[in-house]
Write a protein that binds this ligand. Structure first.
Ligand SMILES: [Zn+2]
Length: 677
């Protein structure tokens, strides 16, 4: 369900994450900058003052010795400044043209190089993996700095901080947004070796996490009994967490959930024996922390804070970028204001509002009733609100297999599906013509084009006997992505504004399509309460991930205050922050204090400050889906997508009439609480 299109945008974003200017002073001194500004002012007058000042400074910030000496800098600025509105617009049109070609064809190359991996083409060879991970974008920015293409942008189009985009942006017309976005794409010039070092460190952390497996068949309880099958190997924390989630269907499985939770605690506290991780050699009782070999007790060394060493490595890697971003000197600021374009303050306010709401306690009480016991810490992952469809899945399989025997059959039906989702005949034809359905190797994904020349690719898995219901359900999700990708490329007024503000927005559309899968088949799910259960499920998930991501945020703040911390000190900080967040937002609802479960997430270690994406994503998706309920999807989606890649707040105001907010979710929970007691 990952979209390659977004991966490309994300890659561009990482390279260009809004730095606004470089701390590392360029080779151009203040005197030269002033001199050039004065020359341009005398030539073009005060009406261009703002642009001249911004432009010359923006070029100077990135100009390095290899770009030319002081005279060449002067010459470049004086010869290339577009001195009036018409000249600026003319230049802008050129950038639109070239950027579409560069991004569009390189993206297309990447898509086609990956075909042997992404499509159901049989066995892959090592060469397919080599070329599938080759990135044609890798040296693009170096090249475009070297040939001064990026300097042309920087000289002529001012950059704006997030605060400026928030305050000024409300009054910008489309062209002004496009101008601001154009320069905003090029805000850092990070040396290739720094990027390489950071990438190596994160790859190492990623490896540590992806090999952190627990052999569940080796876990023993106090009676020396196994609770899990021998061949069960679970990766921390996702595998462990999902096993806890899966066990809610049978109350007899509480002991299994408790044991997994104990394993998690040992990992967080780093008391877990090192040789238990990713190794089947020893048996282990996580309660007593005793280990056995051939039923004889043996002493093993604990993991020795390796988890926190990797976390520190990731922190130090991100700090390597700090000196290139004078206005956003920390990874925290880059992550929120640069990448997501939502300030940390705003995010914290939304967390506070939801996590300290009355609704938390009320929903917790319902869960308690449904479980018929007091809550335990791992009930942050309670799944009991998820309701199965009232329709038999075997019946659905029959229907979808008959309807879609091949990917081609699904492609041929895209037009009809769009009509059923209330798109006009004209739009349905326009969009369906620009989407191609391919047989996928994996469960499915969507890849958009970045040039108005190629189709969006919808990858779906169709069995020999046709598309089963699960496959169809995923294909509908990917179809939602493809429709968004098509609308936000082909129907965009300016190329610079193609796409949506971030991944949550395209996921929202994908889920809207996916949730209407039965409706499209002409089947009605007769459970009237399903909707309310879904709301409670969504709310509980959001509450959980907010808690986890708040721990992540607070730990990053602590790290910047203690940059020389040892792994042991970081461990203590993580534990006390996890308890602090628990005690403030979870303790009352759960009737338990001082729990550390919120520190278990693996992304904290290998993906610096990624977790807030999930929480913010839940909020955005809920708001969009909530707004679309009962409305004509086609027209509304076309209207929303036309906004393109402006900042999230403005996008949302345009789409649903209000800023990003947790209120719609809290209101929906109130209604659900009337129905489900
Ligand atoms: Zn998706």
């Amino acid at each position: 369900m990952k979209t390659l299109f977004k991966t490309v945008l994300l890659f561009l974003l990482v390279l260009t994450i809004s730095g606004f200017s470089q701390v590392k002073k360029g080779v151009i001194d203040e005197k030269t900058i002033k001199e050039v500004i004065n020359i341009l002012l005398s030539q073009y007058g005060d009406t261009q003052k703002f642009r001249i000042q911004k432009g010359v400074n923006q070029v100077a910030e990135f100009w390095q010795e290899s770009d030319g000496n002081v005279e060449e800098f002067k010459k470049f600025c004086i010869e290339n400044f577009a001195g009036d509105e018409n000249k600026q617009k003319y230049l802008f049109d050129k950038f639109e043209y070239y950027n579409e070609i560069l991004n569009g064809y390189l993206n297309e190359m990447m898509i086609e190089l990956r075909l042997p991996i992404d499509l159901d083409w049989g066995k892959t060879e090592p060469i397919d993996l080599i070329m599938g991970s080759y990135n044609p974008f890798a040296h693009l920015y170096d090249d475009l700095f070297a040939n001064k293409y990026i300097f042309l942008v920087l000289l002529n189009f001012p950059k704006y901080s997030l605060q400026e985009r928030e305050t000024l942006g409300a009054d910008w017309n489309r062209l002004q947004w496009a101008y601001a976005r154009l320069a905003g794409n090029y805000t850092a010039r990070i040396p290739a070796d720094v990027n390489q070092k950071v990438s190596d460190i994160l790859t190492d952390a990623d490896q540590y996490i992806s090999e952190y497996n627990i052999y569940m068949g080796n876990l023993l309880d106090d009676k020396m009994q196994k609770l899990f099958p021998d061949d069960m190997k679970l990766v921390s924390h996702w595998g462990l967490r999902d096993e806890i989630k899966a066990r809610y269907t049978n109350p007899q499985d509480l002991d299994k959930q408790k044991m997994i939770y104990k394993v998690m605690e040992r990992i967080i506290l780093q008391e877990i024996p090192a040789d238990i991780v990713n190794s089947p050699q020893y048996k282990w009782n996580p309660y007593t922390n005793e280990t056995y070999k051939d039923d004889k007790k043996v002493e093993l060394q604990r993991e020795n804070d390796m988890r926190y060493q990797k976390f520190l490595n990731a922190f130090n890697a991100m700090r390597m970028y700090d000196e290139y971003y004078p206005d956003y000197k920390t990874h925290i600021l880059r992550s929120f204001e640069g990448g997501r374009e939502i300030s940390l303050k705003k995010v914290e306010e939304m967390y506070e509002e939801l996590m300290s709401s009355e609704q938390v306690k009320q929903v917790a009480n319902i869960i308690k009733k449904r479980l018929n016991r007091d809550l335990l810490p791992f009930d942050i992952w309670y799944t009991g609100f998820r309701k199965k469809s009232t329709i038999d899945e075997a019946e659905l399989d029959k229907i979808t297999k008959a309807k879609y025997p091949t990917p081609e059959a699904f492609e041929a039906d895209l037009y009809n599906i769009l009509l059923k989702l209330d798109f006009s005949e004209e739009s349905a034809k326009y969009i369906a013509d620009k989407i191609q359905v391919d047989p996928s190797r994996g469960p499915g994904h969507a890849t958009g084009s970045l040039i108005k020349k190629f189709k969006a690719r919808l990858r779906t898995r169709v069995g020999k006997d046709g598309m089963n219901y699960k496959g169809y359900n995923i294909a509908m999700h990917e179809f939602g992505h493809c429709v968004e990708q098509t609308l936000t490329l082909y129907k965009m007024d300016y190329y610079t504004l193609i796409g949506v503000p971030n991944i949550s927005f395209t996921e929202a559309f994908a889920f809207v399509f996916q949730s209407r899968d039965l409706e499209v088949l002409g089947i009605k799910d007769t459970d009237p309460d399903k909707k309310y259960y879904d709301i409670l499920d969504n709310f509980w998930k959001t509450y959980e991930i907010m808690g986890v991501s708040l721990v992540d945020i607070k730990v990053w703040k602590w790290l910047y205050e203690h940059p020389d911390a040892t792994p042991a000190e970081l461990k203590q900080a993580v534990i006390s922050i996890a308890k602090e967040v628990w005690n403030k937002y979870f303790a009352d609802a759960f009737g338990l204090r001082d729990q550390i479960i919120l520190a278990i997430y693996s992304h904290m270690i290998d993906n610096p400050l990624y977790l807030p994406n999930y929480a913010i994503g839940h909020i955005i998706e809920f708001q969009i889906e909530n707004y679309l309920e009962g409305k004509k999807l086609g027209a509304e989606m076309e209207r929303m997508c036309a906004a393109g890649n402006i900042i999230p707040q403005e996008w949302m105001k345009n789409a649903v009439g209000s800023d990003i907010s947790v209120k719609p979710m809290l209101d929906a929970v109130n209604i659900a609480l009337q129905k489900i007691k």
